[in-house]
Design a protein around this ligand. Structure first.
Ligand code: NIG
Ligand code: FE
Length: 419
C-alpha cells in the first residue's frame, strides 16, 4: 500500500488550484486561493486530496495514514526556484569587499574577476568535489522550502568544464528529492583564451560544446547572458537558434545592465523565460505581452549588486505574469533562500505578499517548465510542500524577513529530516 500522510487542522492551506493553471497573470496573482481550517492528504509521491476540515471524512482516511496536526500553522506548496547557478566551486567574498569599496559588477568583470574567477576555480576542481559542494547547497535550499530548482552551467566556459558542470547537475537530479532542470549556459562570459575573439568563442559554443551537450542529453534549456559587456543580440540569436535545433528552448539573462534587446530576442525565440529585467520600458512590456515568455525577476541580485529594481509592479499592472527566482550564485546573489526573495520582492519591487507567493510558486514553476507537477496544492501534483511554524497571518511569512518560519518539509510525500 502506498504511503499516506494526512495534515490536519491547517490554519491556512496556501495557493491551492483546482485544475491546472500553468501561470497566473496580472490581477490573478493577488488572488491566490487559500483554504482556512484545511486538511491535505498525500498518497505515494502525489497530492491525493485537500479541502476544509469539515469535509474530511475520518473513516475514509484512518487506515495506514500518518497524521500530522498543523494547528496554528500554514501549508505552502514548495518554492520553485527557476534560475540558479548553484553548481560552482568555492566563493567570491573578495569581490564582495571590492563592491563595498565602490567597484561595479561590470568593472570587476572587465578586470578578469567575476564569472572568470569562478571559471578558473571550477576548472581546477574535481567533479567529485564540485558535486559535494553543490549537494550541500541543495540541502540548504531544501531546508529553506525549495522543492524544484533550475541549475545552469556557465562556469566551465570550455567543453570539459561545461560537461563537468552538467554531469554534476545530472547526478544531483538522480540523488536528490528535488525536481531539477538543467540549463546550458556556455555563453555566460568570454573565457580568457578567447579575449578579443568573442565571435570565435560563439562559434566554439555552437559547433563544439552544444552538440556534445545535446548528444549526452545533459540539458533541458539554453541560456545566454545577453547584456552590455557580455553577449550581443546577434550572438544571442545565433546561439538560441542553434540550441532550438537540438530541442533546447531558451531561458535567458536579459536587461540586467542596460536595455540590451535581450527581452525582444527572448520573446522572438519563444523563450520560457527572460530573467533579471532591471531595465524594462514599454517596448519590453509589449514584447512580453505578445509572447509565452515568463518575465522573471531576481530580487537577490538587484539587492546584492545595488542595481535599479526591476519594475515588477508595472509589469503586473500591465497584466503580465511575473516569476521570482533566487539567482543563487557566488557573484551576484550568494543565497538561494526563496523566503528572503519574497521579502525583497515585496519591499523593493512593490509586490504584495500574495503576488510574491504566486511568483515564487506557480509562475516560477512555469518558468522552468514544471507547472504541471509543481507550484500549487493541486490533486495529482507532486506532494512537495512545507508546514510553517505557528504564524498569525499570511503576510507575516514575508514580513518576518529574518526568521526561519519553516517547520516541516515534505518532498515526494516523504518527510525530510532537517540538516
Ligand atoms: O545571473 N548575470 C550573469 N550571471 C549571474 C552572475 C554570475 C556570477 O557573477 O558568478 C547572474 O547574476
Ligand atoms: Fe543568473
Amino acid at each position: 500500500m502506498k504511503k499516506r500522510l494526512l495534515i490536519k487542522n491547517i490554519k491556512l492551506l496556501v495557493q491551492v488550484q483546482r485544475g491546472i493553471k500553468p501561470k497566473l497573470l496580472g490581477k490573478a496573482m493577488e488572488d491566490i486561493q487559500c483554504i482556512e481550517n484545511a486538511f491535505l492528504l498525500t498518497e505515494g509521491d502525489t497530492i491525493a486530496d485537500f479541502g476544509e476540515m469539515k469535509n474530511l471524512s475520518k473513516l475514509a482516511y484512518t487506515e495506514g495514514v500518518m497524521e500530522i496536526d498543523a494547528t496554528g500553522k500554514m501549508v505552502f506548496p514548495s518554492f520553485c526556484d527557476s534560475h540558479t547557478h548553484l553548481v560552482y566551486a568555492g566563493s567570491r567574498e573578495i569581490e564582495y569587499g571590492d563592491k563595498i569599496k565602490g567597484l561595479s559588477y561590470e568593472e570587476i568583470a572587465k578586470r578578469g574577476g567575476g564569472i572568470l574567477n569562478s571559471a578558473a576555480l571550477l576548472n581546477e576542481t574535481s567533479e567529485e568535489e564540485l558535486y559535494k559542494q553543490s549537494f550541500a547547497r541543495l540541502e540548504e535550499i531544501i531546508s529553506q522550502g525549495t522543492g524544484a530548482v533550475e541549475i545552469k552551467s556557465g562556469y566551465g566556459l570550455n567543453l570539459e568544464g561545461e560537461l563537468k558542470m552538467l554531469r554534476v547537475i545530472k547526478r544531483l537530479k538522480e540523488n536528490s528529492p528535488l525536481i531539477i532542470k538543467a540549463t546550458f549556459l556556455a555563453a555566460h562570459a568570454v573565457p580568457v583564451e578567447y579575449k578579443n575573439r568573442q565571435n570565435q568563442y560563439v562559434d566554439y559554443v555552437i559547433d563544439t560544446i552544444l552538440p556534445t551537450v545535446a548528444k549526452e542529453n545533459l540539458a533541458d534549456y539554453i541560456d545566454v547572458f545577453c547584456d552590455k559587456g557580455f553577449f550581443t543580440v546577434e550572438e544571442t540569436r545565433k546561439i538560441l537558434v542553434a540550441g532550438k535545433k537540438f530541442g533546447l528552448y531558451p531561458k535567458i539573462h536579459a536587461n540586467e545592465l542596460g536595455f540590451s534587446g535581450g527581452v525582444q530576442v527572448a520573446t522572438e525565440n519563444n523563450a520560457r523565460s527572460a530573467d533579471h529585467l532591471e531595465y524594462v520600458s514599454e517596448a519590453e512590456i509589449s514584447a512580453f505581452k505578445n509572447s509565452q515568455t515568463m518575465p522573471t525577476i531576481l530580487p537577490g541580485a538587484a539587492f546584492f549588486l545595488n542595481l535599479p529594481y526591476s519594475p515588477a509592479r508595472k509589469m503586473i499592472d500591465a497584466g503580465l505574469p511575473v516569476a521570482i527566482a533566487s539567482d543563487f550564485n557566488p557573484g551576484s546573489s550568494p543565497s538561494g533562500n526563496m523566503k528572503l526573495m519574497l521579502s525583497l520582492a515585496t519591499v523593493n519591487h512593490k509586490m504584495t505578499p500574495q503576488e510574491a507567493i504566486a511568483a515564487a510558486t506557480i509562475n516560477s514553476a512555469y518558468a522552468m517548465g514544471v507547472s504541471h507537477i509543481a507550484g500549487s496544492i493541486t490533486k495529482e501534483k507532486k506532494a512537495n510542500f512545507f508546514i510553517t511554524k505557528k504564524i498569525p497571518t499570511l503576510e507575516y511569512f514575508s514580513y518576518a524577513y529574518g526568521s526561519n518560519l519553516i517547520d516541516t518539509i515534505v518532498l515526494n510525500g516523504e518527510l525530510i529530516q532537517p540538516i
